[in-house]
Design a protein around this ligand. Structure first.
Ligand SMILES: *[C@@H]1O[C@H](CO)[C@@H](O)[C@H](O)[C@H]1NC(C)=O
Ligand SMILES: *[C@@H]1O[C@H](CO)[C@@H](O)[C@H](O)[C@H]1NC(C)=O
Ligand SMILES: *[C@@H]1O[C@H](CO)[C@@H](O)[C@H](O)[C@H]1NC(C)=O
Ligand SMILES: *[C@@H]1O[C@H](CO)[C@@H](O)[C@H](O)[C@H]1NC(C)=O
Ligand SMILES: *[C@@H]1O[C@H](CO)[C@@H](O)[C@H](O)[C@H]1NC(C)=O
Ligand SMILES: *[C@@H]1O[C@H](CO)[C@@H](O)[C@H](O)[C@H]1NC(C)=O
Ligand SMILES: *[C@@H]1O[C@H](CO)[C@@H](O)[C@H](O)[C@H]1NC(C)=O
Ligand SMILES: *[C@@H]1O[C@H](CO)[C@@H](O)[C@H](O)[C@H]1NC(C)=O
Ligand SMILES: *[C@@H]1O[C@H](CO)[C@@H](O)[C@H](O)[C@H]1NC(C)=O
Length: 785
């Protein structure tokens, strides 16, 4: 009686013993429902299945059956016209962890299933492959893994598998008959295999294969799509003329970061509707095709990181919609091509990494008054910084780092009131920091490190209320730490809010390079960020950051509860700054990195430091004296603490042993410090190089002998108290998901990064894990030596 109706008509011709076998198998496997009541029963099973795996933090499916007994009224449930059957389920963003439900196929009329933005893990079961009526399937943003078999879903029109851990060949994963498929997003997995599978998908329009493991040849059929992204794979072939058919309908073509070589065929101009062409990061050579000038719809042209020849075709000047031009890293050399100054409509120009020596003014780039982003870093420009740039009043990003500019920073740069990023670091700039920079109220980043700047830090910088990332390291700055400086970054919200309101320009891979530098990932304590910040994740991380959302979790001073917060830095190391650190520093609530190393600071360390959400505190190589504040022991998330080479005295505060996250610690060369290093707790896990030159300090013998502390002395830290009780569930899920066989590493991972926004978290957790594991290994090895 289960196989009446539809199934019956389907099978009625097989009246053979085979039929009996089939029907038995079918009944056992499907045993679906064929009425609304049956569907409802399935939903109730689904609900309890999910609830069993998610004991506390739950989505709106918990309301099912409470308000109405008609499932068509329930949140996320869609019924067919007349309410006869359930045809759609939307469980996206419903805080669901654990395995995928094993009986969706019992909803025999299901056409629409959205499970995106949860933390579902494990493999996708065969059950899903039996949902033959599915037209829409969205599994994106989970941690599902393994080889996927959806070959039975021949009705699919929209399929989103992005940001999971699927692997295997597409042709074994997707239906053989895919002529209904219109949208397929496989981005951010490890799919591989032949791309010509998609030949069969005659109605396909949007295909995103970015960040997978496809290699070999390109699929020549892509020109009939509207959007095609193959970014971040390992495809090597040249792109031939035959790829661009006469009726190419592409609007977005993204082949960036593969291994394409050869020339770009002129037939690309057959794509008359092209809006974005991204060929960044391949090995293309030869001329930039001048025919591109006839593609009047073009808004973004990204040709950076290739070996194109130097001549920029005049025809490109016809492109009245061209807003974004990236010709970075093409080794152009010599003078900046004069033509760039004539792209009047540009909003973003990236010419970094070209070994230019000259031609900044003669090219007239400074006359591109509509520009909001200009990146000329990593060239060989010398002489003074061009004052004229200060007339591009809409500039938001000005990046001139890594050149050989000399002389003063023009005070006129203080007129660039829309600036969010000013990066002049790694040049030969001298003179003092102009006070006019204090006018830059939207400034988030001020990067002036590694120049030869002198004089005092202007107190006017304190007016930069958005400034969260200030790096003045390795200059010759002197004078005191101005009290007003503690006002920087007090209220970045207006800048963040204006960024939230508009769609930020997607500047492509170049953005990732800029962001990496701005987040100072070369600075070793922040290197962990680097592992999170892959090409896969950088765009979304960067977007979040500019909108004021943190991308890793930190805890406020005294607290163990970690949250996503923007975390700024103040880097003053390698200068000659004198005097003490004002106690107002405790008000700099967004700071997570304080690096004052190698200066001439003196006086006592302010106890107010305990109020900050610090990850890094480095005061090494100064003249701090007095006691080490016991309050530092309250900065629970501190990872790096370097107090070496100062003149601290008094009794060493054993409270520092409570800093269970500490991975770098140094108290060396403080000859007047007395007391003892506790034999248990975190401090006992460091080697003797952390305790050099402290004659009065009692250091446990096993440290001095260079031995590992007994394992019982360094147990994995206990998980912190939870904000909500479902944390353990989450971790359980995560642990099963990762199954990394490294209990300590995982414990550390658990300890540091906790669930607040799991979907986001999922994309970065791999990186963190790797970093933690590496860090741990390094420390263990170090201790063995
Ligand atoms: C699936 O649901 C149907 C209908 O509610 C039920 O008969 C069947 O036993 C379920 N199968 C599994 C594997 O739970
Ligand atoms: C899948 O879900 C994600 C997140 O909910 C959404 O952003 C995306 O647009 C969906 N994909 C499709 C093809 O609808
Ligand atoms: C595919 O999914 C990724 C991640 O969810 C998203 O960033 C991308 O925009 C999607 N691609 C398309 C073409 O919608
Ligand atoms: C161009 O499109 C038409 C239908 O719109 C199709 O019949 C024809 O084969 C296409 N030409 C090429 C070269 O793909
Ligand atoms: C600059 O942009 C504005 C609108 O964004 C436009 O009206 C103006 O013509 C542009 N100027 C130039 C020189 O292109
Ligand atoms: C930055 O400056 C410091 C100190 O002057 C120097 O040791 C370091 O090598 C410089 N870094 C680079 C990348 O030039
Ligand atoms: C602290 O700063 C000093 C001097 O700038 C540097 O040598 C040392 O490596 C830093 N310590 C840590 C733990 O990063
Ligand atoms: C270092 O501290 C000791 C003990 O407090 C004090 O006697 C000495 O003068 C200090 N030295 C310097 C250079 O500040
Ligand atoms: C601690 O600092 C001293 C002096 O700055 C240095 O020699 C030593 O290598 C540092 N120890 C560690 C573990 O980095």
């Amino acid at each position: 009686m289960l196989l009446e109706g539809k199934a019956d008509s389907r099978c009625s011709t097989f009246i053979t013993p085979m039929f009996l076998i089939l029907i038995t198998a079918f009944a056992a496997a499907v045993s679906g429902s064929f009425s609304l009541d049956g569907d409802k029963e399935v939903l109730m099973h689904l609900k309890s299945f999910i609830e069993e795996q998610n004991r506390v933090n739950r989505g709106r499916y918990v309301e099912w059956n409470q308000r109405s007994s008609n499932p068509c009224d329930w949140h996320g449930v869609l019924c067919s016209n007349g309410g006869a059957r359930i045809i759609g389920l939307d469980l996206s963003d419903s805080k669901i962890s654990g395995n995928i439900f094993n009986n969706f196929s019992a909803l025999t009329e299901l056409q629409y299933l959205d499970l995106s933005k949860n933390t579902l893990n494990g493999p996708v079961l065969d059950d899903l492959n039996r949902c033959h009526n599915l037209m829409y399937l969205n599994l994106s943003h989970n941690i599902l893994e393994g080889e996927l078999n959806l070959t039975g879903l021949t009705s699919l029109e929209k399929l989103d598998l992005s940001t999971n851990r699927f692997q295997g060949e597409v042709k074994f994963s997707l239906p053989e008959f895919c002529h209904r498929l219109v949208v397929a997003n496989l981005s951010g997995n490890s799919f591989s295999g032949r791309l010509d599978y998609f030949d069969g998908c005659s109605n396909l329009q949007y295909l995103d294969l970015s960040s997978n493991s496809f290699g070999g040849n390109i699929w020549t059929g892509f020109a009939r799509l509207i959007e095609f992204s193959l970014s971040g794979n390992y495809v090597t072939e040249s792109v031939t003329a035959s790829c661009f058919k006469e009726n190419c309908s592409l609007q977005v073509l993204d082949l960036s970061e593969n291994k394409f070589h050869g020339e770009v065929p002129v037939e690309i101009s057959n794509c008359k509707n092209l809006v974005t062409l991204n060929l960044w990061g391949n090995d293309f050579s030869g001329p930039i095709p001048s025919v591109l000038g006839s593609v009047s719809t073009l808004e973004g042209l990204l040709l950076g990181n290739n070996r194109f020849s130097r001549v920029i075709p005049e025809s490109l000047l016809n492109l009245k919609n061209l807003a974004l031009l990236d010709l970075s890293k093409n080794s152009f050399g010599g003078e900046v091509q004069e033509i760039f100054g004539r792209f009047k409509w540009l909003k973003s120009l990236a010419l970094h990494g070209n070994s230019y020596t000259d031609g900044l003014l003669s090219s007239g780039i400074h006359k591109l008054t509509n520009m909001s982003r200009l990146d000329l870093s990593y060239n060989n420009f010398s002489g003074g910084l061009p004052v004229e740039i200060s007339r591009i009043l809409g500039l938001e990003f000005l990046i001139l780092a890594y050149n050989q500019f000399t002389g003063d920073i023009p005070f006129e740069y203080g007129d660039l009131s829309n600036l969010q990023v000013l990066d002049l670091s790694f040049n030969g700039l001298s003179g003092s920091i102009p006070a006019s920079l204090g006018n830059l109220r939207s400034l988030l980043w001020l990067m002036l490190a590694n120049n030869s700047l002198t004089g005092e830090i202007p107190l006017e910088l304190g007016n930069c209320t958005s400034l969260l990332w200030l790096n003045l390291a390795n200059n010759q700055l002197s004078g005191k730490f101005p009290l007003d400086l503690t006002n920087i970054g007090r209220n970045p919200n207006p800048t963040f809010e204006s960024n939230r309101k508009r769609k930020l320009m997607n500047v492509g891979p170049t953005e990732c390079l800029v962001a990496k530098r701005l987040l100072n990932m070369d600075y070793s304590p922040l290197r962990f960020v680097y592992t999170i910040f892959t090409m896969k994740t950088c765009r979304s991380i960067w977007d979040r950051l500019l909108k004021g959302y943190g991308f890793f979790q930190i805890c406020a001073g005294g607290s163990l509860v970690r949250e996503y917060m923007v975390s700024g830095f103040l880097q003053l190391s390698g200068n000659q700054i004198t005097g003490d650190i004002p106690s107002d520093i405790g008000e700099m609530q967004h700071l997570s990195v304080l690096d004052f190393g190698s200066n001439e600071f003196s006086g006592e360390m302010p106890i107010e430091l305990e109020k900050l959400s610090l990850l890094v505190l480095n005061v090494s190589g100064n003249r701090f004296s007095g006691r080490i504040p016991t309050e530092i022991g309250n900065i629970k998330c501190l990872q790096d603490l370097d107090l070496s080479q100062n003149n601290f005295s008094g009794i060493f505060p054993e409270e520092l042993s409570k800093l269970t996250d500490l991975s770098n610690f140094n108290i060396s060369f403080n000859p007047f410090i007395a007391g003892r290093i506790p034999v248990t707790g975190q401090l006992a896990t460091f080697g003797k190089e952390s305790f050099l030159g402290n004659p009065l300090l009692q250091i446990p013998n096993f440290i001095l002998d260079g031995q590992l502390s007994p394992p019982s002395l360094s147990p994995p830290p206990p998980p912190p108290p939870s904000k909500s009780n479902d944390e353990s569930e989450f971790w359980k899920a995560l642990l099963t998901g990762y199954g990394c066989g490294m209990p300590f590493g995982v414990a550390m991972l658990c300890f540091t990064f906790r669930k607040r926004e799991p979907n986001w978290f999922v994309t970065i957790v791999d990186g963190i894990h790797e970093w933690k594991a590496k860090r741990l290994l390094k420390r263990k090895l170090a201790r063995r030596i």
